[in-house]
Design a binder for this molecule. Structure first.
Ligand SMILES: Cc1cc2nc3c(=O)[nH]c(=O)nc-3n(C[C@H](O)[C@H](O)[C@H](O)COP(=O)(O)OP(=O)(O)OC[C@H]3O[C@@H](n4cnc5c(N)ncnc54)[C@H](O)[C@@H]3O)c2cc1C
Length: 489
């Protein structure tokens, strides 16, 4: 049996920890915060319960699998239910579009916008199937450790048109500008700009169709709670309120981790679920890094950040769906401001989450729980969030009150804000990026930091910054890769 230390208890960390435990290792997870989950942390405030991060579960079998490894059923730990509609998307002309995975329902909605796009949508789905099969089913849980592994898939990637952006790919099939937004916003869910992200990411919509959009009753935090329960029942050790200060590397090999309190945990392998850039920059001495030098890490492109307002209301808003996307009149230009110009624009698009649409237990009786998530530049922007946050929050709340949630501020029961600074300081995320390394072609697969460190032996990566990337399906797939690379005890 070998001793493995996992730094961080995000979905990728817990997924890896469970898999390595099932493979017979002695696994300890070390988490800086007082509760597990990372981006899936749960805030409880004034009787309301808020999932801080992920709310949409798209490949639930990746969760079920972890229980099956121990001969158990996830149903005994957490209840995961389908959501309808998957999303309601509001446009600036006050029209809205809903979809789920029933072709009849989607096509009827498309017809309302542009009847000609029905045939285009069918062609889009047909052409996207091989992209989904290659990009997700075949490659998402395979390590890309050698340039050879990249060359092997290049012809397929070229054939599938992966040099195109998601927006350019979808626009071949769909003509209505609003529908183009509907079928291209998905890369944003994993930190990518639809105008820069390879068309391979069009598969996210296909993935939704294939396995549905789900919600964990009690919130996504219940999945983390279930993982921890299973992990501890099976003999794993979780240390909360414990921060790793450095990874001890001697003769090129990771020997263990040094904690903030000075103590040392000797390990046969270390798996970092902390942000990859943070891990290299802050936990591994420069002298041990040949590839991931400070310069290289600074030159890489990082995903946007998020400004999130969690709030509860003393009344309910039954007209608001569980997952709503509210789009600005600007699409490409706004994304350019966020990703490239790195400025806080006057307009914004947002995702509005109302879990109480499915699960009243998230709020006191007769109340609603929400969060409003606004993509904003990461901290290379130089925006002073201490000054901007109150003003920006007011602007968003006034907008929501005017157009979607009448009398919102009169009925506000509780609120809390999370800014790029929180991503940076609380979650140790380099530049406060919300999804780590930006998913562009030149930072994907072999070009992404590998799941097995290229600089330090016995160090592995799981989570958003390594292959395949952010989002629950991505980070849970990365934990499968780590399990394969480390192997059984
Ligand atoms: C607001 C928001 C909404 C999202 N919505 C969705 C969604 O609906 N569906 C979806 O699939 N994805 C969603 N995502 C993306 C998804 O949540 C993330 O990609 C995923 O949860 C990241 O998991 P991870 O394994 O990379 O770990 P993280 O969640 O990033 O966790 C890393 C952990 O490491 C810990 N850590 C860091 N440094 C140290 C240290 N030195 N010592 C000890 N511990 C340390 C941190 O405290 C943290 O707990 C969302 C993301 C955000 C931010």
């Amino acid at each position: 049996m070998s001793r493995i230390t996992v730094i961080g208890s995000g979905f990728g960390g817990m997924g890896s920890a469970l898999r390595l435990l099932a493979a017979g290792h002695d696994v300890t997870v070390i988490e800086k915060l007082d509760k597990p989950g990372g981006r899936a942390y749960v805030f409880e405030q004034d009787g309301f319960k808020f999932d801080a991060g992920p709310t949409v579960i798209t490949a639930p079998w990746l969760i079920h699998e972890l229980f099956e490894l121990f001969g158990k059923s996830s149903e005994s730990y957490v209840r995961i239910v389908p959501v309808h509609p998957f999303y309601r998307i509001y446009f600036s002309d006050h029209t809205s579009f809903e979809y789920n995975n029933e072709p009849g329902f989607i096509e009827e909605n498309i017809r309302r916008f542009n009847p000609d796009d029905v045939a285009g949508y069918r062609a889009f789905m047909e052409k996207t199937r091989p992209i989904f099969e290659k990009g997700f089913l075949e490659l998402a849980d395979k390590p890309f450790l050698t340039i050879g592994s990249m060359f092997k898939v290049l012809p397929d990637l070229v054939k599938l048109g992966s040099h195109r952006s998601v927006y350019s790919y979808v626009s071949k099939f769909i003509k209505d500008p609003r529908l183009r937004m509907v079928f291209t916003f998905h890369p944003l869910l994993v930190g990518g700009n639809p105008f820069h992200t390879t068309s391979i990411y069009s598969m996210i919509h296909y993935l939704e169709k294939e396995w549905g959009v789900h919600y964990a009753m009690g919130g996504t935090g219940e999945v983390i709670r279930a993982f921890v329960k299973l992990f501890e029942e099976e003999g794993g050790k979780l240390m909360l309120n414990t921060e790793v200060e450095s990874i001890d590397v001697r003769e090129g090999r990771a020997r263990g981790v040094r904690l903030r309190d000075g103590s040392f945990i000797e390990s046969d392998a270390v798996v970092s679920n902390a942000d990859v850039a943070y891990t290299y920059l802050n936990m591994i001495d420069r002298s041990q890094r040949k590839k991931y030098t400070d310069g290289k890490l600074q030159r890489m492109r990082y995903s946007m950040s998020l400004f999130v307002i969690y709030f509860g209301t003393t009344r309910q808003y039954p007209d608001i769906a569980h997952h709503d996307i509210i789009l600005s009149h600007r699409y490409r230009e706004l994304l350019e401001d966020i990703f490239t110009n790195k400025i806080l624009a006057d307009d914004f698009s947002l995702y509005l989450h109302r879990p109480t649409a499915t699960d009243p237990s998230m709020a006191p009786e007769g109340c609603d729980a929400f969060y409003a998530l606004v993509p904003v530049p990461h901290n290379a922007s130089g925006i002073n969030w201490v000054e901007e946050a109150p003003r920006f929050k007011e602007k968003i709340m006034a907008f929501l009150e005017k157009h979607y949630l009448p009398d919102l501020r009169k009925h506000l029961a509780t609120e809390r804000v999370f800014t790029p600074d929180d991503f940076e300081s609380r979650l140790n995320s380099y530049l406060g990026s919300a999804f780590s390394i930006e998913p562009v072609l030149t930072q994907s697969a072999w070009f992404r930091p590998h799941n097995r460190s290229e600089d330090v032996e016995n160090l592995y990566f799981t989570g958003a910054g390594t292959h395949p990337g952010a989002g629950l399906p991505g980070v849970l797939s990365s934990s499968k890769i780590v399990e394969k690379l480390i192997g059984p005890a």
